[in-house]
Design a protein around this ligand. Structure first.
Ligand SMILES: Cc1ncc(COP(=O)(O)O)c(C=O)c1O
Length: 419
């Protein structure tokens, strides 16, 4: 078979559709709301009142019931949710300023930006085989905060981290922006830490443009969280910011929940179908850790070398399978390098940087036929690169190969004459 990058026909015969995550019911709900709304209905918050308007309150109740938590606080983004979580935790830790926050080197920059802006200390940690934080327990002191990211939709070792935090008098915040409906030991990701933060931004299954949801089972933390997002008006004198969602966003979110869960289920189906792809060991395809269910926000695939990975990204794109090389290394971002100590190394993350290629499943809508073709494209590209590598390796051993002769000025003159 001639692959597309060599001029053949793409294995994925028609372009994979980019998912339109906005549901009909979200559109209809928005129109219905706006046709009745008056200006003052757009935000239901009242000065001094702890809770938002009717729609925000309904969304919070539905989310708390769906995810089996005592409190849900809606806000305007997951980044704001992380900020609110730190503000809410601070009073319980106020004898230790600055606070120390433990984060993985791989994730979204907000997890470093927020503690950095608050003047907290940041300690970076390497990642495990599922790209989530890998902590040496010796680092965790009383009153520290562990901020675990359920990256690419796979749960971090949440129960272990929670036990570690509880044992040390520390706290666990889960960044569950990518982990909608993921589970560890049958418990939903986002509900295992002291605080969980979820995102409804434009890339997520629950896309309403911008939205954050914060969950906790702790009454005092819930009160602190509400104060943090609501001007500090209801937090007994503590400062807060306006991080509130609008009524319109809450209405869209309620209408989108069903669609978001369908998107996660479809991503799971696709990921599990692709996991069976035969690549003769060339690509390392992702798996779920025992006792875990991933939301498969992204499909993280590893190639054996950086060169092979870079080649694979180009070849897969030519076959019609969009993917990207690597993911965000927060410790390498200029804004955060000052938190690194000279002794720290992150061998797992360094390896992954060079080998990882990502298929952003959540944003793609392949048909069943295209899923089969995606699998065929992975097999064919893996085989082609591996064959090339084998030929190269055989070539490397042939030491006796004559070196090309140096060009003489006569060669040069004859080339000039022909051009
Ligand atoms: C892992 C992770 N954390 C945090 C965020 C921040 O979410 P938001 O855009 O809702 O602030 C994102 C968003 O892309 C994310 O993917």
């Amino acid at each position: 078979m001639v692959l597309a990058y060599r001029g053949g026909k793409p294995i994925i015969t028609t372009p994979i559709k980019i998912r339109d995550s906005l549901s009909y019911s979200a559109k209809a709900g928005t129109i219905e709301f706006l046709s009745h709304a008056r200006g003052h209905d757009l935000s239901g918050y009242l000065a001094g009142a702890e809770r938002g308007g009717g729609a925000v309150q309904r969304l919070e109740t539905i989310w708390a019931q769906t995810y089996g938590v005592s409190h849900t606080i809606a806000c305007n983004s997951a980044t704001s949710g992380i900020l609110a979580a730190f503000i809410a935790l601070e009073p319980s830790l106020s004898d230790r300023i600055p606070m120390t926050v433990h984060i993985p080197v791989m994730g979204m920059s907000a997890i470093a930006a927020v503690p950095s802006l608050l003047g907290f200390d940041i300690v970076f940690h390497d990642i495990d085989e599922h790209y989530c934080i890998k902590i040496d327990p010796a680092y965790i002191q009383p009153a520290d905060i562990i901020l675990a990211v359920n990256l690419f939709g796979h749960p971090a070792r949440l129960h272990e981290l929670r036990a570690l935090a509880d044992g040390r008098g520390a706290f666990l915040i889960e960044d569950n922006a990518q982990g909608l409906n993921a589970t560890e030991r049958c418990q939903l990701a986002g509900t295992i830490g002291h605080i969980g933060v979820w995102s409804g931004n434009v890339h997520k299954p629950l896309n309403v443009g911008e939205l954050g949801l914060i969950t906790t089972n702790d009454y005092a933390l819930a009160k602190g969280l509400r104060g943090a997002i609501n001007h500090g008006e209801a937090s007994e004198g503590r400062p807060g910011l306006n991080l509130r969602p609008t009524e319109l966003t809450a209405i869209m979110a309620m209408c989108q929940i069903r669609r978001a869960l369908d998107i996660v289920e479809r991503s799971r189906d696709i990921a599990l179908a692709l996991a069976d792809t035969y690549t003769d060991g060339f690509f390392r395809l992702p798996t779920e850790r025992d006792g875990c269910r991933s939301a498969w926000y992204c499909l993280a695939i590893e190639a054996p070398t950086k060169a092979a990975r870079d080649q694979a990204v180009i070849m897969l794109a030519a076959e019609g399978l969009p993917c990207r090389a690597g993911y965000v290394r927060i410790d390498k971002m200029k804004a955060f390098t000052s938190y690194l100590t000279s002794k720290q190394t992150f061998p797992n993350a360094d390896l992954v940087d060079d080998h990882l290629l990502l298929v952003e499943l959540c944003s793609l809508e392949p048909t069943d036929e295209q899923v089969v073709q995606m699998s065929e494209a992975l097999s064919a590209v893996g085989e082609e690169i591996e064959n090339g590598r084998r030929t190269l390796r055989r070539g490397d051993i042939r030491k006796s190969r004559p070196k090309p002769r140096k060009r003489t000025s006569a060669h040069k003159r004859s080339k000039e004459a022909t051009s």
